[in-house]
Design a protein around this ligand. Structure first.
Ligand code: HSE
Length: 437
């Protein structure tokens, strides 16, 4: 008789349903690959009455997650309930019971990852978290295994489908921000609280996980510089187009002088670059390893079946561990948990990049020279300048792009410029990355 591995699922929402569906859909294939049958022994959720359109055997559904955690026959617990609590408590309890855990919970890992991974190392169990970043894209395995011998010089990622969907529609269909956000929510890939998407918090959670894998360091979420997409206007998108750029919410990590720069903000990138052509809800990662050179990963960053696919890669890894009689064949993240030390990221003030400014200024003699003068005094060199001709009245947009400048100098200069009586409103600043490989 074929061996069996019992699994239990906590959280029967969209992704949970996808996992159950995928097991039914590819049961034979999965059994063939494992040499064992995966049995979904129990599913816990607060709602066990609403139909998910999948036939579930009697006695499988329960409202009590501890029926799974305390079940001696279940060796793999899949946590897909999301949020911080009680997810954290359930995961820690499962670990202490010696169970392998599979989770897609990026908020949980970004915030309580150190506690969870330490407990897992202590109890010699495996934590699978491929679905926590980039949905279906195998970014976790790529960093942890495929590129294990590389020094990761940089990672640039589009890690939030909702933001990418909004920016794509604003760019290609000239639609306003809020209309597109509503569309994204209807399509089901936005977070329960969409401010997590549009303010970049979801991307920061994913970035913290990526940094811990790429650099083998404990990252403090609050140290990652974060700016969302809510201030991006159709006007900025149009100027970006004129300059040959597209605007993306990029998560950028770069190895600099032995430490790391990590920032998330709307970024202008050349419209010909691969990342600029990652549209709608798709996610992508551009990784530069010192031995590998560039690696590009692309796929659906959210959605029922694409995310279930990533969850399943971890379930199958865990099942193989269980079948082989060991729980964890390598480090949980990139190095042993005891060797993971905190990292001090480069302060945002000290980063150097290129900039796009959109000033709103009165169209009077000497305006350009005043602005240019302040920029010059702060070591900011102008690369290009566009001024639109005057309309009927009021301020005109003046757009400038710069050569590389220091963030601290840029902030000081803009503070002074925004205080000029010929400048109306706050100047828009978007960072430009145009020397991408
Ligand atoms: N809200 C996320 C997104 C879902 O829009 O990408 C996947 O983490």
């Amino acid at each position: 008789m074929m061996k069996e591995v019992n699994i239990g699922l906590i959280g029967f929402g969209t992704i949970g349903s996808g996992v159950v569906r995928l097991l039914k859909q590819n049961e034979d294939l999965i059994a063939k690959k494992l040499g064992a049958k995966l049995v979904m022994k129990k599913i816990a959720d607060i709602d066990i009455t609403t139909s998910r359109g999948i036939k579930i055997n009697k006695g499988v559904l329960t409202k009590n997650a501890r029926e799974i955690i305390n079940d001696k026959d279940i060796s793999i617990v899949i946590e897909l309930m999301g949020g911080y609590e009680p997810a954290r408590t359930f995961v820690l309890e499962a670990i202490r019971q010696g169970k392998n855990v599979v989770t897609a919970n990026k908020a949980l890992l970004a915030t309580h990852g150190n506690e969870i991974f330490a407990a897992a190392q202590k109890n010699a169990v495996y934590i699978g978290f491929e679905a926590s970043v980039g949905g279906t894209i195998p970014i976790i395995k790529t960093l942890k295994e495929s590129l294990a011998a590389n020094r990761i010089n940089s990672i640039m990622g589009i890690m939030n489908g909702t933001c990418n969907f909004i920016l794509t529609k604003m760019t290609d269909e000239d639609k306003p921000f809020h209309d597109v956000l509503k569309e994204a929510q209807k399509l089901g890939f936005a977070e329960a609280d969409p401010t997590f998407d549009i303010e970049g918090i979801d991307t920061a959670h994913k970035m913290a996980i990526i940094l811990s894998l790429a650099y083998g360091k404990k990252v403090n979420l609050k140290d990652i510089y974060l700016e969302g997409i809510t201030k991006i206007s159709r006007e900025d998108i149009a100027f970006a187009r004129d300059l040959g750029f597209r605007i993306k919410l990029l998560a950028i990590a770069m190895l600099k002088k032995g430490t790391v720069e990590a920032r998330i903000h709307p970024t202008m990138i050349p419209s010909s670059h691969l990342l600029a052509n990652v549209n709608r809800n798709y996610n992508a990662f551009h990784i530069m390893g010192d031995a590998s050179g560039p690696v590009f990963l692309f796929g659906q960053g959210a959605g029922m079946m694409p995310t279930a696919s990533a969850v399943f890669s971890d379930i199958m890894d865990s099942a193989r561990n269980v079948l082989n009689g060991h729980n964890c064949r390598g480090p949980l993240r990139s190095i042993s948990e005891t060797a993971m030390t905190p990292i001090k990221l480069i302060p945002m003030d000290d980063i150097e990049t290129k900039y796009f400014f959109r000033f709103s200024a009165l169209d009077r003699p000497g305006v350009l020279s005043k602005i240019a003068g302040i920029l010059g005094k702060h070591n900011i060199s102008i690369a290009a300048c566009i001024q639109k001709a005057r309309g009927k009245r009021g301020a005109v947009p003046i757009v400038m792009t710069t050569y590389k400048a220091r963030e601290k100098d840029v902030r000081k200069a803009l503070e002074k410029i925004d205080r000029l009586d010929i400048v109306q409103g706050k100047t828009m600043l978007i960072r430009v990355e145009d020397d991408l490989n």
